[in-house]
Design a binder for this molecule. Structure first.
Ligand SMILES: Nc1ncnc2c1ncn2[C@@H]1O[C@H](COP(=O)(O)OP(=O)(O)OP(=O)(O)O)[C@@H](O)[C@H]1O
Length: 354
């Protein structure tokens, strides 16, 4: 079996100009991701946030080569330590998965096999890649249980003897078996109650710190990003709208969509009791607007915004945004605080569909 030659000084993960399409039942094509670029460095957590259907899971699956059969990366490169993952065959991808990049998904806790002890499932994951005795593998399971905050005395339990949060922790232990350098966490705590969610995210962050791990954290919850991430990307209808350092984006967002998301979350708006949600819903990806993808819901759209999607521009150190109205941003930030701004009054420009 050939060994993949990684380059140590290359970025850990570099997604460059990636577009992904799904073949639809009627034989058409739906572009779920359009010209997406971002990077993750060693030892950082990048949060990808966006509403349902904006393409977050598609990105996660594409990185791991797990797109369904009707999904294709039609453009761009996904480089992991200098190796374009989109060019690898299944055997090579299997060398990357678990050993270098692990996935923890929302449903991970339900993917533990109900008829096998948790210890046996993790031991199998260890021995699949490494030649380790049963005794050493059991010791490793105990160590991993401690790391994720589970009592090692419970390692021989069956999944049904664990709560949802404990099962998710057990799955995280499994994801850490081979010391991967990148974890893709796709809504890892969404199915759990907020207290358990908080505990697990904190543990994940501690593990990231302790082991110089990097995490791509995918979520629809901006407060999860605020509490957990170092950098963030705000996605909308398959496009990155704002991207960069978390503090810069939270302190001074440049994109109306980010302004809208911030307004809609209580923990981020401090004393503002009256939350303002963004009216409407994202466009159907088979019928995206001709202009900016957000144009139909943006209270600040002008005629220019109906022409084409704005390019992602540099608006500060490690801070990028895609909007035609960056120059008016101070004024837009003030207006965004007002409910009236987000009311639809019929004065929005006429939108043509592609
Ligand atoms: N297997 C598939 N076949 C066809 N279209 C798909 C497939 N999977 C996803 N899509 C479409 O691709 C777009 C992006 O979906 P994706 O699941 O990546 O979004 P998401 O942001 O992760 O949403 P959610 O948070 O609801 O999971 C959606 O329009 C979705 O309908």
């Amino acid at each position: 079996m050939s060994t993949i030659e990684f380059t140590d000084d290359a970025p850990l993960l570099s997604v460059d100009g990636v577009s992904i399409e799904y073949e639809t039942r009627d034989g058409g094509r739906l572009r779920a991701i359009d010209d997406l670029s971002f990077e993750i460095d060693t030892d950082e957590i990048l949060g990808l946030i966006g509403e349902s259907g904006c393409g977050k899971s598609t990105v996660a699956k594409a990185v791991l080569g797990l797109l369904p059969r009707n999904g294709y990366v039609v453009d761009g490169e996904i480089q992991f330590r200098g190796v374009d993952l989109t060019t690898l065959d299944t055997t090579e991808l299997n060398q990357v998965r678990w050993q270098h990049v692990s996935l923890i998904s929302q449903g991970a806790m339900n993917s533990l096999n109900p008829v096998h002890r948790i210890s046996d499932q993790i031991i199998e994951a260890i021995q699949n890649h490494d030649d380790v005795s049963n005794e050493d593998a059991r010791a490793r399971v105990a160590e991993l249980f401690e790391l994720v905050g589970l009592d090692p005395d419970r390692m021989d339990d069956y999944p049904h003897q664990f709560s949802g949060g404990m099962r998710q922790r057990a799955y995280i232990a499994m994801a850490l078996v081979h010391d991967p350098s990148l974890i893709i966490a796709d809504e890892p705590t969404t199915a759990l109650d907020v207290i358990v969610q908080d505990q697990i995210l904190k543990r994940l962050k501690e593990l990231q710190d302790e082991f110089d791990l990097s995490i791509l954290l995918i979520t629809h919850d901006i407060s999860v990003v605020a509490e957990t991430c170092d950098r963030m990307g705000v996605m909308y209808a398959g496009k990155l709208m704002e991207y960069g350092n978390l503090r810069s984006i939270f302190d001074a967002p440049y994109n109306p969509y980010t302004l809208g998301l911030k307004n809609a979350f209580p923990s981020l708006t401090g004393d503002q009791q009256d939350l303002i949600s963004i009216p409407g819903s994202p466009p159907d990806l088979s019928e995206v607007p001709a202009g900016c993808r957000f144009v139909e819901r943006c209270p600040f759209a002008t005629e220019t915004c109906t022409t084409s999607h704005p390019p992602l521009e540099n608006v500060g150190a490690d801070h990028h945004s895609a909007c035609y109205r960056h120059e008016d941003i101070e004024q837009l930030r003030e207006q965004a605080q007002l409910r009236e701004s987000w009311h639809r009054d019929g004065s929005q420009p006429t939108i043509e569909q592609h």
